[in-house]
Design a protein around this ligand. Structure first.
Ligand SMILES: [Zn+2]
Length: 498
């Protein structure tokens, strides 16, 4: 890959879609008709904590940068400005009046930052510095890439090698949100991206870390440390890179998802703050745009993307504590947890199926949520990370059962291979173009079960079939239902005598 000096561009920022969006701290600036402004203050997380440069005298010529292997080049302290404009309108659709929200999204680099340069033993560099952030991101990304390379060299599926990727440590991002409602009342808010991480696809794929906020530190959100130090976060982001690379190879199945995602970066959050949903619930146009999204094919492909990224982090991690054990991620995002934080089971029974297709923001937003941190563990089923977590847990359950039937092989490598084989089988089917939400989710889950069946080969199927029955009851029902004749492509009903 070309290693000329790298700058963020609008086109690369525009494909934020596959990554995750930062939490924001917001201050309302009233620009018109102040009696009708929207209340954005619930988004507040406090100011970002300044991330210092550890060694300002260290330059590229004297010390090595981090650009080697899977890392193309690492930058730190880049400053960007994002302008989001939301215009609410009333439209008539089939003789019914409807509120809609049109959104535009622009980005600009306002400060180039500098290449990461390391002039001393990396282990002696403090983690809360720009260089420390870059080193931690690199370590995590390399672990995720190592697992991919292990599968590529030892596994039984054909995989391309991945191009090297850029790192962008401790980015300073200002987010300006302009909202104009249908009565032309307008607000403008300025936010700072904090407490998150993202992957951006495109010409220069990159991993990005954002600073911690004062409020997150005070409330011990994310374990009280910057997210780049939490094991699993950049393994997850690298998982998005793998997803993006695999799904873009040929195949046109995902065009609609990509297009949708590029236009709606707000819907793809690393961990969606409950306050964002609360704000959406207050605005009829935003609420209807979310409602239009949650039942669609794009929503379930977005959920698959998030679920796969969690699986990849889970298979890569060897640390005793990680993102899966800390506040806001425990249970909900922990692949091994059979339940969500509120006790709802991560199996595709009637309750979860109804949540996926019939829950409303109002029914999910319960309890007394005064700050975004209060509700950070509350599962909201309009969030692709939550549906993704159920996809990840249930896919892992069948992969684990299939791997247990092959005791001579390394289970983690085998399950990582199955997760890639699963994505490839979904992509190769190339049948997503015209599917609705239910058929899309079915196809995604069918492909996980089918992958497990393929890896089971001639081994005893008792444990595997028990997992299929317990984790996919609604799918079993659909497979047996004559109306869904196209879906039982796996023959799992006969295979397991369901
Ligand atoms: Zn993600």
């Amino acid at each position: 890959m070309n290693k000329t000096v790298f700058a963020l561009t609008s086109s690369t920022l525009a494909v934020l879609a596959f990554g995750c969006q930062p939490r924001t701290k917001t201050k309302v600036v009233e620009v018109a008709k102040p009696d009708k402004v929207y209340n954005f203050t619930k988004d507040s997380y406090g100011d970002p904590i300044e991330v210092p440069i550890f060694d300002t005298s260290c330059r590229g010529q004297r010390g090595a940068g981090l650009g080697e292997g899977i890392i193309a080049e690492a930058y730190m302290g880049v400053e960007t400005r994002i302008v989001k404009t939301l215009i609410e309108e009333e439209v008539w659709e089939n003789s019914k009046r409807k509120d809609i929200a049109r959104a535009t999204y622009e980005s600009a680099v306002i400060g180039n930052g500098r290449p990461v340069a390391i002039c001393q033993d990396a282990q002696t560099i403090p983690a809360n510095t720009q260089e420390g952030a870059a080193i931690s991101m690199k370590t995590q990304a390399e672990a995720a890439h190592d697992l991919y390379e292990t599968v590529r060299s030892q596994g039984n599926i054909a995989l391309s090698s991945l191009e090297s990727i850029y790192l962008n440590a401790a980015i300073k991002e200002t987010v300006i949100t302009r909202q104009v409602d249908k009565n032309e009342n307008a607000t403008e808010t300025t936010s700072y991206a904090t407490d998150n991480a993202s992957f951006m696809g495109g010409e220069n794929s990159m991993l990005i870390s954002y600073p911690q906020s004062e409020s997150a530190q005070k409330h011990k959100l994310n374990g009280g440390i910057p997210l780049w130090l939490v094991p699993g976060v950049f393994q997850h982001e690298f998982g998005h890179y793998i997803f993006f690379s695999l799904m873009n190879e040929g195949g046109a199945s995902f065009t609609s998802y990509q297009e949708y995602a590029e236009k709606n970066p707000d819907l793809h959050l690393f961990q969606t703050p409950v306050a964002n949903f609360a704000r959406i619930a207050e605005s009829p146009a935003l609420r209807s745009s979310l409602t239009d999204f949650v039942r669609t094919q794009e929503f379930f492909l977005g959920s698959l993307n998030e679920g796969f990224a969690d699986l990849w982090a889970y298979y890569t991690l060897k640390q005793p504590t990680s993102m899966f054990e800390i506040s806001c991620f425990s249970k909900n995002r922990n692949v091994s947890s059979p339940v969500f934080y509120n006790g709802i089971s991560k199996s595709w029974d009637e309750i979860l199926w109804n949540k996926a297709f019939h829950s409303t923001l109002e029914s999910d937003l319960t309890g007394d949520i005064k700050t975004p941190i209060d509700g950070c563990s509350q599962p909201i089923f309009a969030d692709i990370h939550i549906i993704g977590a159920a996809i990840a847990h249930t896919a892992d359950a069948v992969f684990t059962a299939a791997a247990q039937a092959q005791p001579t092989q390394d289970a983690t490598r085998l399950k990582a291979e199955m997760s890639l084989a699963w994505l490839k089988s979904i992509k190769d089917s190339n049948e997503f173009e015209d599917l609705g939400g239910k058929a899309s989710l079915s196809r995604i889950l069918n492909a996980a079960v089918g992958t497990g069946m393929n890896y089971l080969k001639d081994a005893d199927k008792t444990a595997f079939c028990a997992v299929v029955s317990s984790k996919f009851p609604m799918l079993v029902k659909r497979w047996k239902d004559a109306k869904t004749d196209n879906e039982d492509v796996l023959g799992v009903v006969n295979f397991c005598s369901l």
